[in-house]
Write a protein that binds this ligand. Structure first.
Ligand SMILES: [Zn+2]
Ligand SMILES: [Zn+2]
Length: 357
């Protein structure tokens, strides 16, 4: 069956970059350069992307934390200005993507090619007709039904009218609309589109290869932390994508900051043990595929898991003991940690050795 064109999306996605290209020289014919133009663009870009990653993605689509109603309103009203559809539409597509990843039902299926996953899927008519049926929990929220029903008005007011008025108020004329509206939307949309295209084709797969999602630090920088996509597909309920403290994930830092000031709570987090187990299982699969003896791999894995369990057990005990009983436990814990490190080293060496074979 031939795909029908989605004219609303097609016109928007082609006319926004085109008008930016045409209007920028015209603007500079009438106005001088001002640092306000760059400020409008950069602030607008960061804010609209963060509203999508913190709000649309990790809050609404995955429910990885609870947020104060003020935060929810912020996500709903200002998030619409990113011009990525209503929360209901966006989350419906995204939940289907996670459930049906890499299949014909995946809205941005990478198997249909890079450009299809990046932007092409938006040019064709939506395969799902009633997005609300896919997100009944979100549809129950009056604020989201309101945003869905009035989406074009909310998006235009926040994404175009607001920077236009702010620009005139500051004295840069319609430069506010051009840099804080049109140009910002073009770049912000491309940044999100990268998650569906490059994050499913560029990078490595530390947690599993049963789908195309990949981890990449470059993509994490370009997408405000969403580039650790292999982890995200493995543990989608975690509010973090960059799970290590040093991994670039401004979205997780924002969510954590909200929790420090009482605006977010119940941040869902997968335990370090569970994450390590997933990695070990996947590495075991690779070791066996490379031809390492089954018994040897099993033996190493058993040793590693036993050491891991011992550390966990001692840590739990340590929390419940009184100060005087902790001294002895400290020594045992140090020993158990050393044993775990040794077992992990042996495991990693085997993985590395076989990777170069
Ligand atoms: Zn994905
Ligand atoms: Zn997701």
């Amino acid at each position: 069956m031939k795909d029908k064109i989605n004219w609303r999306n097609t016109l928007f996605l082609t006319l926004t970059p085109l008008s930016a290209l045409i209007l920028i020289p015209i603007y500079f014919y009438f106005y001088d350069w001002s640092w306000w133009l760059l400020t409008f663009f950069v602030v607008g870009f960061v804010v609209s992307n963060m509203l999508v990653t913190c709000g649309y993605h990790r809050y609404f689509a995955h429910r990885t934390y609870d947020a104060h109603p003020i935060v929810e309103w912020l996500y709903v009203i200002f998030g619409a200005g990113s011009f990525q559809g209503s929360v209901v539409e966006w989350s419906a597509d995204h939940r289907i993507h996670h459930r049906e990843v890499d299949t014909e039902k995946d809205p941005y299926n990478i198997k249909r090619g890079f450009w299809y996953a990046h932007i092409g899927w938006l040019f064709i008519a939506r395969p799902i007709e009633n997005p609300e049926k896919h997100v009944p929990d979100l549809w129950k929220k009056p604020i989201l039904r309101w945003q869905h029903n009035y989406y074009p008005w909310v998006a235009t007011a926040v994404g175009f009218i607001f920077p236009l008025i702010a620009g005139y108020a500051i004295g840069i004329g319609w430069g506010g609309l051009l840099f804080g509206g049109i140009l910002r939307i073009v770049f912000s949309q491309q940044s999100t589109f990268f998650i569906n295209s490059l994050c499913h084709s560029l990078g490595n797969q530390p947690y599993g290869d049963h789908n195309s999602a990949r981890d990449s630090v470059i993509m994490a920088v370009l997408t405000f932390g969403e580039g650790y996509h292999n982890y995200h597909h493995q543990f989608q309920s975690d509010y973090r994508n960059g799970v290590r403290w040093y991994q670039w994930d401004p979205t997780k830092w924002w969510i954590r900051s909200l929790s420090y000031v009482g605006l977010a709570e119940r941040l869902k987090q997968v335990s370090a043990l569970e994450i390590q187990r997933a990695q070990i299982s996947f590495q075991e699969k690779k070791l066996l595929a490379k031809g390492l003896a089954h018994d040897h791999v099993q033996n190493m894995r058993r040793q590693l898991e036993a050491a891991q369990n011992r550390v966990k057990q001692l840590r739990d005990d340590y929390e419940t003991r009184k100060a005087d009983a902790r001294q002895q436990l400290k020594k045992e814990l140090a020993l158990a940690k050393a044993e775990f490190k040794l077992a992990r080293r042996q495991w990693q060496l085997s993985c590395r050795r076989l990777a170069t074979v």
